[in-house]
Ligand binder design. Structure first.
Ligand code: EPZ
Length: 421
């Protein structure tokens, strides 16, 4: 089992370029199916979720090749319209392929994406949007079978600003005759990135980043070309690492405006953060201070994906902080492991109280989900002594080279690849 070995308690000092955004490239890879030609995607991160998406694209009949961080997807000929069960199990967010496959082929089949470590992950809003557009959606024995003789533009209102449902509706709407409006759409930067990629394919989409997105569908699309935005959650993770360990870090490759709620919390905790369009610089002298309650919310609110790494940094603070996790039901699975490192965190439902004034110590800890893995690494950097972090398959879904990037920031961290026994 591979593990990260971390010698904590040392100040960081260094610079790193943040890789492309996982939550942007995944819907963009699905959107590539809509193009009757070759799409070129730059700044594509090397993540296991991207590998899983490429496997789905190739299963559907696309030809994919990679050179460095550029990916070519030729979707001229599709030969299937189903996502294999094994690939769905590997990555539940494969549900994002539903709208694109349906728009391109008129049908789509995949197993029902189960829940995940974060709790139940319903897709009722996705399916309601597809039905509004005219799709027949049957749920048979754990499988989703969608057919659409033709999709017709319409007004879709989402009962909550779901990122995935917004993306599936956008992708399906490109194949619908006429105009579709999506109201109460998610406003995340990754939605804007998807719009920009779709536009490069000839799609007429506008409004992404606001709560109302309009798609003029029914036009055949060609291959597009796009550079994926930097990953704001990876950036939040690295800023949290510098806050936890103390020291200075310089991040490039990410738009500082995409993580302003995170930098606001770290500034309140006592970090000095300077941002320009090209870079984010943080200087953290310990100890951190406790902060006012951090409530996760849809963008532009505090991102749920940053809750775990920022909590880890605040475990080292003098004062107490409170988190309220409003997006997912089970997103405190990193808490028990943080407590093994000496943190004092009390969880009651959606509320976690991080009692300050504790000195963290190294420990052997295991990640239970993607951002929880990041949190354990952040805490280990702020802890005195050696830590071992396992459960790295979770981290590999969203971090291209966590150890390498943190070493570039001056961390003492190595990855051992012990053979699976
Ligand atoms: C996306 O997940 C991200 N994943 C998540 O990142 C992120 O945490 C989440 O958005 C929120 O920002 C990708 O983009 C691949 P949602 P998604 O639909 O689309 C409920 C990470 O760590 N809901 O906005 O699944 C849902 O249960 C991952 O990178 C319904 O009830 O999130 C949740 O409570 C984790 N019905 C809330 O909405 C639906 O049909 C937000 O979910 C859909 C969602």
């Amino acid at each position: 089992m591979s593990a990260l070995l971390i010698e904590g308690g040392k100040r960081l000092h260094g610079a790193v370029k943040v890789h492309g955004a996982k939550n942007s490239v995944l819907p963009i890879l699905a959107a590539a199916i809509l193009g009757r030609g070759e799409s070129v995607i730059h700044n594509c991160p090397a993540l296991s979720d991207v590998t899983a998406s490429v496997a789905i694209l190739e299963h559907l009949g696309c030809r994919v090749r990679t050179e460095g961080d550029t990916l070519w997807v030729d979707a001229s000929q599709l030969v299937r319209s189903d996502v294999p069960d094994a690939l769905m199990r590997e990555m539940r967010s494969s549900v994002i392929f539903l709208g694109a496959v349906l728009a391109r082929t008129g049908e789509a089949e995949m197993s029902f994406p189960g829940g995940c470590e974060l709790g139940p992950r319903p897709i009722d809003l996705h399916l309601a949007a597809l039905r509004r557009l005219g799709a027949e959606v049957a749920e048979r024995a754990g499988a989703l079978c969608c057919t659409a003789v033709g999709l017709t533009g319409c007004d879709i209102v989402l009962s909550l600003p779901s990122v995935g449902a917004t993306e599936n509706a956008m992708l399906a709407a490109t194949g619908a005759e006429g105009v579709t409006t999506i109201t109460n759409a998610a406003r995340e930067p990754e939605i804007v990135d998807l719009q920009n990629f779709l536009r490069s394919m000839g799609a007429r989409v506008r409004g992404a980043g606001s709560s109302v997105i309009t798609v003029e569908g029914g036009r055949p699309l060609h291959g597009g070309e796009h550079t994926v935005i930097g990953d704001r959650i990876v950036a939040a993770t690295y800023l949290s690492a510098a806050a936890a360990a103390g020291g200075e870090a310089e991040l490039t490759g990410v738009d500082y405006r995409h993580l302003s709620t995170v930098t606001a919390v770290l500034s309140e905790a006592g970090c000095a953060i300077r941002s320009t369009p090209e870079r984010i610089c943080i200087r953290a002298d310990r100890p951190l201070r406790g902060v006012r309650p951090v409530r996760t919310a849809p963008y532009p609110g505090f991102p749920t994906d940053a809750q775990a790494p920022v909590m880890a940094a605040l475990c080292t603070a003098e004062g107490t902080s409170v988190f309220v996790e409003n997006i997912f039901e089970s997103r405190y699975r990193h808490v028990d492991e943080l407590c093994r490192m000496g943190a004092d965190i009390r969880v009651e439902g959606r509320v976690a109280v991080v009692c300050g004034g504790k000195k963290l110590h190294g420990a052997a800890v295991k990640a239970a989900d993607l951002r929880g893995a990041a949190a354990l690494v952040v805490a280990a950097l702020g802890a005195r002594g050696r830590s071992t972090v396992t459960g790295l398959a979770h981290a590999d879904r969203g971090y291209q080279d966590l150890a390498g990037d943190l070493r570039a920031l001056g961390a003492e961290i190595t990855r051992t690849e012990e053979r699976e026994t």
